[in-house]
Write a protein that binds this ligand. Structure first.
Ligand code: URA
Length: 229
């Protein structure tokens, strides 16, 4: 077990202005920051605008976990506010699940990207980055206490199951039990937006709606079980 680091002093780089700190990042995957903005558990913070934490009710029956913030999320500081979020809103509506019943977050809290011309192109997070960020996901799971989790895509599935070998294709459409919770794996909304052909995009969207409907059903069943005592 690692020990908690002392609070930063005025001489620590983490208490210096961001520009100075960016020049000398101190990455330590074993640190235990209290605030997401102070996180230096991996190097992704240095090229992101800000960390993007989850949003939603303090206690939500359902948690949806994506991969990492995209370009828009990085700028606005909220998860799923870009095109993937719009698709998710449509799917939630179609599945009869209210977004305000759902806590939405990501496996990785900083935007990982590479430049292509003037654009910042999404880059899939490495396993070490998923592992480093699990610290925050665990905290969210403990405080929100969802009964049902929807894993949106392979990165979320790996993070939630803590299994680097988890394969989305092997479990999509099933309900898994993990850590006393139902985990519903489905496609990432970006796949439903960007798959090369229309039939694949349509199938992926339909699978997301089905997964969300299932999550709603499981959440209602859990709520009924709890109220029955
Ligand atoms: N994709 C994600 O996985 N998460 C977001 O917040 C936005 C896009």
């Amino acid at each position: 077990m690692s020990t908690r680091k002392p609070a930063p002093s005025a001489n620590d780089e983490s208490s210096q202005p961001k520009a100075a700190a960016k020049a000398t990042p101190h990455i330590d995957s074993d640190q235990h920051p209290e605030r997401l903005d102070d996180c230096r558990r991996c190097a992704l913070w240095a090229h992101a605008t800000q960390a993007v934490g989850g949003v939603g009710p303090k206690r939500a029956p359902i948690m949806m976990v994506g991969e990492q913030p995209g370009d828009k999320e990085d700028q606005q500081g909220k998860p799923f506010v870009g095109p993937a979020g719009q698709l998710l809103d449509d799917a939630l509506k179609e599945a009869g699940v209210a977004r305000h019943d759902v806590y939405v977050t990501n496996a990785v809290k900083h935007f990982k990207w590479e430049p292509r011309g003037k654009r910042r192109m999404h880059k899939t997070p490495a396993q070490r980055e998923i592992d480093a960020c699990h610290y925050w996901l665990e905290r969210e799971l403990a405080s929100v206490g969802p009964r049902v989790i929807v894993a949106l895509g392979a990165t979320a599935l790996k993070a939630l199951l803590e299994d680097r070998d988890a394969r989305l294709q092997a479990v999509v459409g099933k309900v898994l039990e993990h850590g006393g919770r139902h985990v519903v794996p489905t496609y990432h909304p970006s796949f439903a937006l960007r798959a090369p052909d229309e039939p694949t995009r349509e199938r992926a969207y339909a699978a997301i709606v089905t997964a969300l409907r299932e999550a709603g059903k499981l959440a209602r069943r859990e709520a009924a079980r709890e109220s029955d005592g």
